[in-house]
Design a binder for this molecule. Structure first.
Ligand code: SAM
Ligand code: SF4
Length: 457
């Protein structure tokens, strides 16, 4: 859902847009921005292709072959064009990467819009409606970058993401992000604080600050403030119950930043710190700017500040030249860190990146086998780590009814611990907590993917 008015609020003749999002949180956030500018232009949202006047695919090109997937999905929707004049658009990294070439190649595509051109979406759609097919994928000026102002009306619910830095300057050798998201630009401190305040006033309890590398926030801003400065300021916004951030580059995770865990009362005890690989050779070829010893030092530092912190990571297996020995180093570091959660991927060459010019020499079957081995090890670690919650009382931020909501006379509520674990708990009809409320829950059961408990106090 993108936060546009629902079907019940529609009036006859109103235009409807369907936005399909593939990929990361950054894309979800961009879909909100697209929804926001179209909302102002009089659109409402639909999730039904048959009802839509405009269908936009917002896609990420970080790992798989999204271009194929998008075109496959659009061609399946093609019969709609015979029934009514529906417009098809592509947005996100794929749009940025291919721009006009995509329009030239796909005759039934009506517009292409890159991440820096979302503000122009209403005009682009209006032009397409009048038969003018447009591809806009130009970068905005890095020094006068214009962030689309946040509209809390399209951020309903108790939790919200807020981009504080766009793009990336790191150029890891496997990664397409700097090419499709552009260079790093930080959102000014005052604007960020104003937006967090707006979100809280609109009823948001938890804000996640978002960026490809939030740790480098502040570079290029007047006075060169740092990310810990920002975190301290945001944490002090009155009424903000929880604060999170993602993603942190380990090379920029300073002692001061890591020391804020366990110190800022509303900074939740959860850190995503992508390792990518455990072998120092592989890390060097990935151009990650740290080795495994430096990474492990960051882990020890944050655990000293906050012993119970939950840690998660990203791992790539089968990077060019990764030997069995290299892979075993990854297993060893993963075992040593003892992560709560892992996102792991088979390496895939991305066009334009440095590594795309190297031989992709780990056979597909070997990549799959390494991924399965790593994931099965992590599953065991996660199962064991979840046991530490048994019998503990946890602060749970209520998100809403659980998937299997009504259980006889009791409602089941879903929320998250500060450590980002999902907790389901039952309450009777008279005492249903509102989304965004903090409830103390005693954990009495550990399931495969979530915790269960009973509210106390
Ligand atoms: N900025 C974050 C960082 O520094 O780790 C994450 C960026 S990326 C959107 C998310 C994850 O996708 C990466 O951490 C990496 O594990 C994975 N990834 C990126 N490029 C990849 C590639 N070519 N093949 C496989 N996985 C990739
Ligand atoms: Fe990609 Fe590296 Fe930037 Fe993360 S830090 S977005 S992996 S280039």
């Amino acid at each position: 859902m993108n936060g546009l008015p629902s079907e019940s609020q529609q009036v006859p003749g109103q235009r409807r847009v369907m936005i399909v999002t593939y990929g990361c949180q950054m894309n979800v956030f961009d879909s909100h921005r697209m929804a926001q500018v179209l909302l102002r232009d009089g659109y409402v949202e639909t999730m039904e292709p048959a009802e839509a006047d405009v269908i936009i695919f917002n896609t990420c090109s970080v790992r798989d072959k999204p271009e194929k997937k998008v075109l496959g999905s659009l061609s399946r929707l093609l019969p709609l064009k015979e029934i009514k004049p529906v417009l098809f658009g592509v947005a996100g990294c794929v749009a940025q990467q291919h721009g006009q070439a995509l329009l030239d190649k796909v005759p039934y595509l009506d517009f292409v819009v890159g991440p820096d051109n979302i503000a122009q979406l209403p005009q682009i759609v209006a032009d397409a409606r009048h038969g003018s097919r447009t591809a806009r994928a130009d970068w905005m000026d890095r020094h006068n970058y214009d962030f689309i102002p946040l509209d809390p009306a399209v951020e309903p619910g108790p939790t919200a993401f807020l981009t504080i830095i766009k793009g990336c300057d790191n150029f890891c050798s496997y990664c397409v992000v700097p090419y499709v998201r552009g260079r790093e630009v930080s959102k000014p401190l005052e604007l960020t604080l104003r937006e967090v305040g707006m979100l809280v006033d609109a009823g948001v309890s938890e804000v996640t600050l978002l960026g490809q590398n939030v740790n480098s926030w502040g570079r290029g801003l007047p006075g060169e403030p740092t990310f810990p400065d920002l975190l301290e300021a945001v944490s002090a916004v009155p009424g903000l119950k929880r604060l999170r951030f993602v993603t942190s580059h380990p090379a920029d995770a300073s002692d001061r930043l890591l020391g804020l865990f366990g110190h800022l009362p509303n900074l939740a005890e959860y850190l995503h710190l992508p390792l990518q690989a455990g072998s120092d050779d592989v890390l060097a070829r990935m151009r990650r700017k740290y080795d495994s010893a430096q990474y492990l030092d960051r882990i020890r530092t944050v655990r000293r500040a906050c012993p119970d912190i939950a840690l998660s990571t990203d791992i790539i297996v089968g990077f060019p030249g990764e030997t069995r020995q290299d892979f075993e180093r990854t297993l060893a570091v993963v075992r040593e860190v003892d992560y709560d959660l892992m996102y792991s991927f088979k390496y895939s060459p991305r066009p334009g990146t440095r590594a795309a010019g190297w031989v992709d020499d780990v056979p597909e079957a070997e990549k799959a086998a390494r991924l399965a081995e790593l994931q099965s090890m992590q599953d065991e670690i996660t199962r064991r780590r979840m046991q530490r919650f048994l019998g503990r009382t946890e602060e749970v931020l209520v998100e809403g009814p659980s998937k299997s909501s009504r259980k006889g006379a009791a409602f089941e509520i879903m929320g998250r611990t500060r450590t980002n674990y999902i907790v389901n708990f039952c309450v009777d009809g008279a005492t249903i907590p509102a989304p965004g409320e903090l409830v103390q829950v005693r954990i009495d059961k550990i399931l495969a993917h979530c915790l269960k408990g009973v509210p106390v106090g």
